[in-house]
Design a protein around this ligand. Structure first.
Ligand code: NAD
Length: 368
């Protein structure tokens, strides 16, 4: 049995990871630490909230004393670190929060783990600090370059990826310098349920439902490598359980897509869903184009993002060969599940889009 501390567990990937973990290991105890920034939504944890072995803790990873208390009080042996500022566009307009959470926050967690696990000797042997990172630390690829492997030199291009790169280095240093049991995973772009609607795939789905333009940066030929979020959770599980200490593992599904092609694919799936299910037209009367089977007419090209990386692609050979990792979803099955989830969970995304998902935070904490 393990006692997990999951940072950022109210975010997109963290919440999906908690659902996956509690389903797969129902005997384990899971504590979530999340500051509930704009990207954190307590409703993402509703499916597990009533479990007696689940605890939610509202707090900031930069609060080292709080992290130490949680590690001790809950006898934590496994810390899985998702908490981050994660949106590249926001890192361009406001990099400070990225430095604070992604670098200083990660260091705060490392300090707390070192103190409690190593200096004070609790869980000295069994402890594990798993750091969740991104393929964006490797920079950008040309069309014919080989995909990123774990030995690709770091070359981050945005404040987001630079802050994640710094955090990866700190995690590595705490292993080599102090002997903390760490592993890191670098994953490609995720998609799936609970994805915040500012990101490409949910943005396209929800904009189609509102008959709003589908903004495409530049020529739309930027290439990303996509992985269904539960397949990411499965990869992290394997790294935690069987990965070698101090090592980094790339997690991906060899699934490269140009942004414009993803948008066209989603348009096709949405048109099909509306054509097959007439009830949808009644539920989304404002969705004019998709009701006519013409959602791709909403595609609108906009000025490219500053410093936009052209191509990311993950070489997952190491996690395939060493850990036996294989994603379970194909892109067709994963994207179909995702479109269906968004069509069936209007309450969730409507609350995110009108901001009411944060009312709970205001009521609970802002009056304190
Ligand atoms: P997200 O933005 O959806 O969620 C981040 C969560 O962290 C939110 O719940 C937020 O409230 C919380 N948080 C932010 N600052 C905090 C702080 N100071 N203290 C405590 N909690 C804080 O992010 P995501 O997309 O779920 O990404 C999770 C992790 O996975 C990140 O580390 C990200 O770099 C990494 N990653 C993401 C992707 C992707 O495609 N989204 C791909 C590879 C790696």
């Amino acid at each position: 049995m393990s006692n997990l501390l999951v940072t950022g567990g109210a975010g997109f990937i963290g919440a999906n990871f908690v659902h996956y973990w509690m389903k797969t290991y129902p005997q384990d105890n899971v504590v979530v630490l999340d500051a509930l920034t704009y990207a954190g939504n307590k409703a993402n944890l509703d499916p597990v909230a009533a479990n007696s072995n689940f605890v939610f803790n509202h707090g900031n990873i930069c609060d080292t004393a709080l992290v130490e208390t949680l590690l001790k009080e809950h006898g934590i042996d496994t810390l899985v670190h998702f908490a981050a500022e994660s949106h590249v566009d926001r890192s361009i307009t406001g990099p400070d929060a990225f430095i604070e959470t992604n670098i200083i926050g990660t260091h705060s967690l490392l300090k707390a783990a070192k103190k409690v696990w190593l200096d004070e000797g609790l869980n000295k042997k069994k402890h594990r600090f798993h750091h969740v990172s991104t393929d964006e630390v490797y920079g950008t690829l040309g069309p014919n370059d080989p995909a990123f492997s774990e030995t690709t030199p770091y070359a981050p291009n945005s404040p987001y990826s630079a802050s994640k790169a710094a955090s990866d280095h700190l995690v590595r240093a705490y292993h080599h310098t102090y002997g903390l049991n760490v592993t890191t995973s670098n994953c490609s772009n995720n998609y799936g349920p609970y994805h915040f609607p500012e990101k490409l795939i949910p943005l396209v789905i929800t904009n189609i439902l509102h008959d709003k333009p589908l903004p495409i940066y530049g020529d739309g030929q930027q290439i990303r490598d996509w992985l269904y979020v539960e397949d990411h959770a499965r990869g992290i599980d394997l790294v935690i359980k069987t990965g070698r200490l101090g090592e980094c593992y790339n997690i991906g599904g060899i699934n490269e897509w140009a942004n414009i092609d993803i948008v066209k694919l989603i348009c096709g799936l949405m048109d099909k869903a509306f054509a097959e299910n007439l009830e949808l037209a009644g539920r989304f009367p404002q969705a004019g184009k998709v009701r006519q089977g013409k959602s791709s007419e909403l595609i609108t090209y906009v000025t490219d993002r500053a410093g936009h990386d052209r191509r990311y692609a993950i070489d997952p050979s190491k996690s395939n060969e060493e850990l036996g990792y294989q994603p379970q979803e194909t892109f067709d099955s994963g994207i179909a599940k995702t479109v269906k989830w968004f069509l069936n969970n209007e309450n969730w995304w409507a609350a995110v889009m009108d901001g009411s998902y944060q009312d709970w935070v205001k009521e609970q904490y802002e009056t304190e």
